[in-house]
Design a protein around this ligand. Structure first.
Ligand code: OOG
Ligand code: NI
Length: 409
C-alpha cells in the first residue's frame, strides 16, 4: 500500500490552513500577493538574495499562531503536530515582557535540515497561564479551567490517527487527504454563539484570555508569509492604505541580517455570534486576528544572542547597532557570533525560531488593552515544566541552540 510521507502531509496541512485562512481573512490574501512581489523584485535586484533560502522556499514559507487553554490541550496539539513532523522547540515566557501577556509558548516545527528544506511550516503555540495568580485569582482560575476542561478542541479519533502517523512516520495514501482536512478544520473559526458576559469578564483581565477561554474552540490567529525585504513590504502595504503597526519588531535593518524581523497590521472586525445574558442571540463583531509578515536572518550563537540583547537595550539602537555587530558574514563567523555551515561564511544557518520580546510586541500591538497584572505567585511554568509535559506524552522539547549547532557541524 502506498504511503504519504510526513513532509507531504505537512505541506498539505500548511496549504490547507492557508486556503481556509484566506477565505476567512481576505487581507491575508493581499499580504501574500504583495509578499510574493517583494520577493520576486528582491531576487531580481540582488544576485546573492537566495543565500538565506531559495525563492521557492521563502515564497511558500509560512508560520501560524494558535492559542490553547490548558496543558491537556497543549499535549493534544503536540500529538497532532507530531504527525506532520513538527516538534516543540524552545520555551517562551511572555508574562514578564514590557507589555505582559498571560501565556507561555513554544514553536512546533521540523527539526532536521532536510525536513526544513522540504517544508519549514511552523506554528507558534501559546497556552494560557491560569496558575499565574498575578492574572487569575483562584475563583476565576477555577472557572476558566472548568470551561476549558469541558470543551474538545480535537476529536479523540483524530488524535489517535495522529499518534499512529507519528509512530509510523507516514500515513496510508488513501487516508492522507481526509486526515489533513480534519486537522485543518480543527483550526477554523467557531460559529457557536459566544457567551457575551463570560467573554467580557475575561476581556477585563486580558484580551488574550478572552480569545482563548471565552470561546469553545481554538483557531488560527494569523498566518505569516516570509519576505526577503521587510522594509519594502512595509512601505508597499502602507501605500495600499493598510495601516501597519508603528514599528518593525526585532533588530534594525543591517547586513548581515540576524534572527527575525516582523511587522503586522490589525485585521478588520470579523462577524461572530453572541449569546446575551437574557438568552437572546445576536450578530456582533470581534477584532482579534491580524496579519503579520516576517524576514529571517542568520541564527546567532549564545555569544551572538548576548550581543543582540545588549544592542536591543540601547535607546537609539538603529544608530548604535554597528557598535555591536560587524557588517560581514566573515567577521560574524570568525567572532563566533552566528552559525554557518562548516564555518563557511557563504552558508548561513537560517534562524527558524521566534523572539519573546517581538512576540509580546506583536500580541500587544494588535489589542486594545493591556493585560491587568497584580502581585502574586507566578505559578510553576518553566522550560522544565513544559519539557515534562511533553515527555509524559512521549515527546521531546528541543533546545534551539542544539539544533543550530547540529546544522552548522
Ligand atoms: C502569537 C504572537 C507572536 C510571532 O510571530 O512572534 C507571534 C499570537 O498572537 O498568538 O505570532
Ligand atoms: Ni506570528
Amino acid at each position: 500500500m502506498s504511503a504519504t510521507p510526513q513532509w507531504k502531509l505537512r505541506a498539505s496541512f500548511a496549504a490547507g490552513l492557508s486556503a481556509m485562512y484566506g477565505a476567512e481573512v481576505p487581507a491575508y490574501t493581499t499580504l501574500v500577493d504583495v509578499s510574493a512581489q517583494v520577493n520576486a523584485d528582491y531576487v531580481a535586484a540582488h544576485p546573492d538574495a537566495e543565500r538565506l533560502g531559495s525563492l521557492d522556499r521563502v515564497t511558500a514559507e509560512r508560520h501560524g499562531a494558535i492559542r490553547v487553554g490548558s496543558p491537556a490541550e497543549l499535549a493534544d496539539v503536540a500529538t497532532l503536530f507530531a504527525a506532520f513532523g513538527m516538534h516543540p522547540v524552545g520555551f517562551y515566557d511572555l508574562r514578564d515582557a514590557s507589555s505582559p501577556v498571560p501565556v507561555v509558548s513554544t514553536a512546533f516545527r521540523p527539526v532536521d535540515d532536510d525536513e526544513l528544506a522540504r517544508n519549514p511550516f511552523r506554528v507558534f503555540t501559546s497556552m494560557l497561564a491560569t496558575r499565574d495568580r498575578r492574572f487569575f485569582h483562584p475563583d476565576l482560575r477555577d472557572r476558566v479551567e472548568n470551561f476549558v476542561a469541558q470543551r474538545h478542541l480535537f476529536d479523540p479519533a483524530l488524535i489517535d490517527i495522529a499518534r499512529r502517523v507519528a509512530t509510523d512516520g507516514e500515513c496510508p495514501a488513501a487516508d492522507a487527504g481526509d486526515f489533513v482536512q480534519r486537522a485543518v478544520e480543527a483550526f477554523s473559526l467557531s460559529r457557536t454563539p459566544i457567551d457575551r458576559a463570560w467573554y467580557d469578564e475575561l476581556s477585563a483581565v486580558s484580551a488574550v484570555a478572552a480569545d482563548i477561554a471565552g470561546v469553545d474552540r481554538t483557531h488560527i490567529n494569523h498566518l505569516t508569509p516570509r519576505v526577503l525585504d521587510i522594509d519594502d513590504l512595509y512601505a508597499r502595504m502602507s501605500a495600499r492604505g493598510i495601516a501597519m503597526i508603528d514599528a518593525i519588531q526585532g533588530p534594525p535593518r543591517h547586513t548581515p541580517a540576524v534572527l527575525l524581523r516582523q511587522t503586522s497590521f490589525r485585521a478588520l472586525s470579523e462577524p461572530r455570534r453572541f449569546a446575551e445574558p437574557d438568552g437572546s442571540v445576536h450578530d456582533g463583531t470581534l477584532r482579534v486576528r491580524f496579519g503579520e509578515v516576517e524576514a529571517r536572518g542568520v541564527a546567532l550563537t549564545h555569544k551572538g544572542r548576548e550581543r543582540y540583547d545588549a544592542a536591543m537595550a540601547q535607546p537609539d539602537r538603529a544608530a548604535t547597532w554597528g557598535d555591536h555587530f560587524p557588517d560581514t558574514d566573515a567577521e560574524m563567523a570568525s567572532q563566533g557570533l552566528a552559525y554557518y555551515r562548516h564555518g563557511d561564511p557563504a552558508k548561513p544557518v537560517v534562524y527558524e525560531d521566534f523572539l519573546p520580546a517581538s512576540a509580546a510586541g506583536i500580541f500587544r500591538s494588535n489589542l486594545d488593552s493591556e493585560a491587568r497584572k497584580a502581585d502574586g505567585d507566578a505559578g510553576d511554568y518553566s522550560w522544565q515544566w513544559m519539557a515534562s509535559l511533553f515527555h509524559a506524552n512521549g515527546l521531546e522539547l528541543f533546545d534551539p541552540y542544539a539544533l543550530y549547532e547540529k546544522a552548522a557541524s
